[in-house]
Structures are given as C-alpha cells and as structure tokens.
Design a binder for this molecule. Structure first.
Ligand SMILES: [Zn+2]
Length: 292
C-alpha cells in the first residue's frame, strides 16, 4: 500500500499479475474503491473499513473481481460494460469467443479469470463529478481498451487513475468493442488534462516525470503494429487468422496458454484492420484484406 494523500491510498499490485490490479482506496465520509481487484495481501488493508461505493474503470475481472465481496457497496460503471459484468456469456462474447475459435479454453476461462457475476447498481458518465465528502474526482471516458473504459481524474491532487492505459506496458485492446482510433484519442485526452502524475492499473502504479513523452511512446506502438500488419499483407497474408499467427502484438512469441493469447491477437489484428480500412490503407472483401 502506498499513501497518496491523507485520504487516498494505492492498493498496489506491484507486478502485472492477473486477475489483480492497482486500486485506489478513498477513506472519507463515503469510503470508496476505484477498481476492486487488490491482491490478497492488499485486501488486508481493507479490514475494518466499510466500503460504501465501488467505481470500476471497466468490466474486466482484473479490475472488478472482488465486487461480489462487498455486497453492501454500490457499484458504478459505464453502461457499455454493464452486460458483461452481469453475465458470463456476455463476458465471453465481449472477448471475441464467438468470433474466433477458442473452444478448448472456453469452458475454463471464466474460472481462470475469477469471473463472478455482479450486476452494476448505476452508471458512470464522462464528466460526472463524484464527491466522497472531502475528496472529489471526475469520471473521464477513455474508450479504446474497451468501449466503456473510464479513468478517474483528481484535479485538486493533480493525478489521474488510468486503469488499463499503462504507459509502462504495451497497449492491449482485445474486446469486440475495442477500437484503435478511440484508444489513440483517449491517450490524447489524458495529455490535455495535464496531470502531474498518472496512476496505472498494472505494473508500476505511480508514473511521474515527462508523461507526455511516455504517452507519445505508448501511442507509437499502435502505428508500429499498423506497419507490421501492412508488411504481412504485402507479403501475401490476407486474413485475420493468418496474420495473427505471427504474434505481432506479443513481439513475435505468444505467452502460454497460446490459445487464449491467439484469440486476443486475432481480435487486436481485426481492430487494426478496421482502423486501416478507415484510413483507406486497406480494403476488406469478406474475410480477406488487401493493401490499397
Ligand atoms: Zn481491461
């Protein structure tokens, strides 16, 4: 745990271990968690604290897997994410299981990621201001990683909690409603807020210093992947599944178990091809893509 202010603490995960994330604990008139997947060790810090409110950045289990452990807390998240936290089938659909083959892993997946259905109690909206008493923060819709992904901006304290926009880790956008253009715009939106500090959901929580350069390097990864995909198309590959074999977003080597990362790769390649269609660089006919 790291103390940010008298009222705000980071329950930090330290390393990128799933299904956990760095979470914020606000101890105030209303006790609030921003994301709710601290490790067992960090959960110790919540003993004796009655959590009244949980705001989830989005509906992935590594950000909300413990919602069901706080039955008295109100849970808020963006409406795009509501269905997937209420239904395992909707969660699998959102991850592309119905679009690309992953039947071997499908029966195991929800347990592996500690999925527990817990419907939301209300919505988060872009620009909404939430007050817990002394502390006030603003909801910032930052889609791209998923359609309803949000960050939380604390203007008085000068920081933003960006959940799955982690400049120290490469971008990930493997949902059916992920979007490369939205993701790039969301990174720009963070820059416009000019935070002094960025609290990420995974890896090192506190990011300070030249955040603009850090975020620019993070954005550049999308363009690097575009170029790799265009190269594969020029070499004769023409479908999502063919291009996905080369693990471009995983630097050429799939982590284990391969079938789940291959599924993620398929969705991310598909998202790039949609983006390249919009820029006019690629043409799609059926499931075949060619460079214009
Ligand atoms: Zn996520």
């Amino acid at each position: 745990m790291e103390k940010l202010t008298d009222r705000i603490k980071i329950l930090s995960n330290g390393k990128y271990v799933l299904p956990y994330c760095n979470c914020l604990l606000i101890e105030d008139e209303i006790n609030c968690l921003c994301d709710s997947s601290p490790t067992d060790q960090e959960m110790e810090h919540l003993k004796g604290i009655n959590i009244n409110l949980i705001v989830n950045s989005h509906g992935h289990t590594d950000h909300n897997s413990r919602n069901h452990e706080f039955p008295d807390a109100g849970v808020l998240l963006h409406h795009v994410e509501h269905e997937r936290v209420a239904s395992g089938e909707a969660y699998l659909e959102a991850y592309g299981f119905n679009h690309y083959w992953a039947e071997d892993i499908r029966p195991l997946y929800l347990n592996a990621v500690k999925y527990n259905a817990r419907p939301a109690d209300g919505e988060l909206k872009d620009g909404q201001v939430i007050s817990t008493g002394e502390v006030e923060f603003q909801v910032v819709h930052l889609p791209g990683h998923s359609g309803g992904h949000c960050g939380f901006f604390f203007p008085r304290e000068g920081f933003i909690f960006t959940a799955d926009i982690n400049p120290a880790i490469k971008p990930f956008y493997a949902m059916v409603d992920s979007d490369v253009d939205d993701f790039i715009r969301s990174i720009e939106k963070i820059k416009q807020l000019k935070p002094d500090m960025l609290i990420a959901g995974h890896g090192k929580a506190i990011n300070r210093g030249d955040l603009n350069s850090m975020l620019a390097a993070f954005s550049d990864e999308f363009y690097r992947r575009d170029e790799e995909i265009l190269k594969k198309l020029r070499e004769g590959k023409c479908t999502v599944k063919d291009i996905a074999e080369d693990a471009i977003t995983f630097d050429g080597k799939f982590p284990q178990p391969k079938s789940i990362y291959y599924l993620h790769e398929c969705v991310m390649i598909w998202k790039h091809l949609q983006h390249l269609e919009r820029t006019g660089e690629v043409v799609c006919q059926g499931d075949t893509y060619t460079v214009r």
